[in-house]
Design a protein around this ligand. Structure first.
Ligand SMILES: Nc1ncnc2c1ncn2[C@@H]1O[C@H](COP(=O)(O)OP(=O)(O)OP(=O)(O)O)[C@@H](O)[C@H]1O
Length: 325
């Protein structure tokens, strides 16, 4: 389909083109289409810019009429020039709340339908800002305020620099009326309240530019974090010996890198819900050694905790039978 030369759709196309050049020069992609404005504008732009685009529409089957919404989105994708458009029905079950269960089911379905192609998602700069703000407020560690990545294979996000208002404008330039998910207006969802109440207030109080600043901050932190991760990988390759950590190889390493080495090692050993407190207690076994006892790191079995001990200059992780503690 020939697209109009209007400013918003041109901006979306430009973003998609840049992403393709950088991450997928072959130009064969799948696009995750919900029928909402972001992914609809993305689909239109991808169909115009990429060599081959397959649209994947997930029907979560949580609302009456969801099958019709999905079929309509698929028909639009074909009309926009996608070579195919598939509706993937999923059963949303599992723990952790409906939103999280739906997301898990969606990503699983997209992953199994994508063949070997990257999947483009319609996350915008505003989604990025919300993600960073949510991570910051929840305080769940440095990584939680990293923004989403433009490409975390197989997931591609070409629109992270594009405002949500632009994708809406692009749809109206294309004469498309996007589907409005009722969940996106429901104040029961934290993200919706951030979007409709918190961010507008912050923009007002701080005089604008908040979404862009949050998104930029997340992106910078992600880049810097990747450098530290790679330094930690190098140190970890030297320090891990037969599954144990050699304390001497860690002693002079800068704390953020040392804690990354510990974190990676603990997660590989089965630690769960690893918080800052546990990580620092394990770090103390390295740099504040005064003969401390085992440090529990979350995980293990109903009868035995997973603990870290220091013995003969090495840290090891193993089960500590609670009945004997
Ligand atoms: N039903 C769907 N079918 C296909 N793709 C979808 C569907 N819902 C969402 N997506 C894809 O995911 C992108 C982000 O959607 P949305 O912001 O609603 O999800 P989210 O749950 O906030 O995102 P995330 O899953 O990354 O947290 C959409 O732009 C679209 O590309």
């Amino acid at each position: 389909m020939l697209l109009p030369e209007e400013p918003a759709i041109l901006e979306v196309r430009h973003a998609v083109r840049r992403w393709l050049v950088q991450h997928c020069p072959g130009g064969v992609v799948a696009v995750a289409l919900s029928g909402g404005a972001d992914s609809l504008a993305l689909t239109a732009a991808a169909a115009a810019e990429a060599r081959t685009v397959r649209a994947l529409v997930v029907d979560h089957r949580l609302q009456t009429g969801s099958a019709d919404v999905a079929q309509e989105a698929a028909a639009r994708a074909r009309a926009l020039g996608c070579v195919s458009a598939e509706v993937l029905g999923v059963d949303v079950t599992g723990s952790g709340g409906l939103e999280a269960a739906a997301r898990d089911a969606r990503y699983r379905a997209l992953d199994s339908a994508r063949r070997s192609d990257p999947v483009l998602l319609g996350h915008t700069l505003d989604d990025q800002a919300e993600t960073v703000l949510l991570g910051l407020a929840r305080g769940s560690g440095g990584r939680s305020i990293w923004g989403m990545s433009a490409y975390d294979s197989p997931w591609g996000r070409p629109l992270l620099g594009v405002r949500r208002a632009v994708t809406h404008q692009a749809c109206s330039e294309l004469g498309l009326l996007p589907h409005e998910d009722p969940h996106n207006a429901s104040p029961d969802f934290t993200r919706v309240r951030l979007r409709t109440e918190v961010l507008p207030l912050l923009e007002d109080v701080l005089g604008g530019g908040v979404a862009g600043a949050l998104a930029r901050t997340g992106e910078q932190l992600r880049e810097e974090g990747a450098v530290l991760d790679s330094a930690a990988d190098t140190v970890g390759a030297r320090a891990v010996v037969d599954g144990e950590l050699d304390v001497a190889a860690l002693a002079d390493v800068a704390p953020p890198i040392r804690r990354r080495v510990l974190r990676t090692w603990l997660l590989a050993a089965g630690a769960r819900a690893l918080g800052d407190k546990q990580l620092r207690a394990v770090d103390d076994l390295v740099v504040q050694w005064r003969g401390q006892g085992p440090v529990a790191v979350g995980g293990g079995t109903p009868d035995a905790r997973l603990v870290v001990c220091r013995r003969r200059g090495r840290l090891n992780v193993g089960l500590d039978d609670r009945r004997r503690v």
